[in-house]
Design a protein around this ligand. Sequence first.
Ligand code: AP5
Ligand code: MG
Length: 208
Amino acid sequence: MKESIVLFGPPGAGKGTQAELISELTGKPQVSTGDMLRKAVSDKSQLGIEAKKYMDSGLLVPDNIIIDLIKNRLEEKDSVSGVLFDGFPRTIHQAEELDKITEVKVVISLIVPDEEIVERIVGRRMDPKTGDIYHISFNPPPEEISHRLIQRKDDTEETVMQRLTSYHEQTKPLGEWYEKQEKLVPIKGNETIEEVGKAISAAISKFR
Ligand code: AP5
Ligand code: MG
């Protein structure tokens, strides 16, 4: 059976930032539902048009849409030995459906206090060419690419408060669900990017 890893945490916890490292360590491709949805929005597909309403207001996209997206993605060739999920699952229902198609081996949970989230989100910049993630203070981009960087539409102070509410109400209970199954590995996410990476590497090596 496929063995997958889940990267879990609130908005701005550093899931996207750390995903590349975990993919390198494990050989598992990153599957980010946020990135997949943003692609659908920019393609103006039916799914993108539907999802945009929720994303722009900081709400979770309905489970049935997300589960279909993941089922299709896991049929692709590169996922035969499992994947690294970033931002999925986010509800207990999504996790129960996931258990039918892959075995979740470990859940890396990045812990960052709410007070630090807003500054991280509002200062985030994305490189649309490479998908690289920067922060104006914590991970400044190279000068030569700064002209092409963009801000995500949902990275406003107002939307992030709603995203945090959605996280606490709908996603945090899933952390407790995985904890009961002894799959949750908490990692302190408010250290430097390098230090968080080291802690993740150490945790991952125990599961290989
Ligand atoms: P998604 O794109 O997944 O957004 P999110 O969960 O809110 O997480 P982010 O991508 O904002 O944060 P991140 O943890 O990846 O942090 P990052 O590494 O970028 O989802 C977007 C929307 O899509 C959702 O709101 C929802 O509507 C929908 N959606 C997606 N999946 C869904 C699902 N499964 N079910 C239902 N709906 C779904 O880092 C953030 C910033 O901090 C960056 O600037 C970075 O440089 C900086 N940073 C990172 N690490 C550190 C560090 N250690 N110290 C200082 N700064 C750091
Ligand atoms: Mg992300």
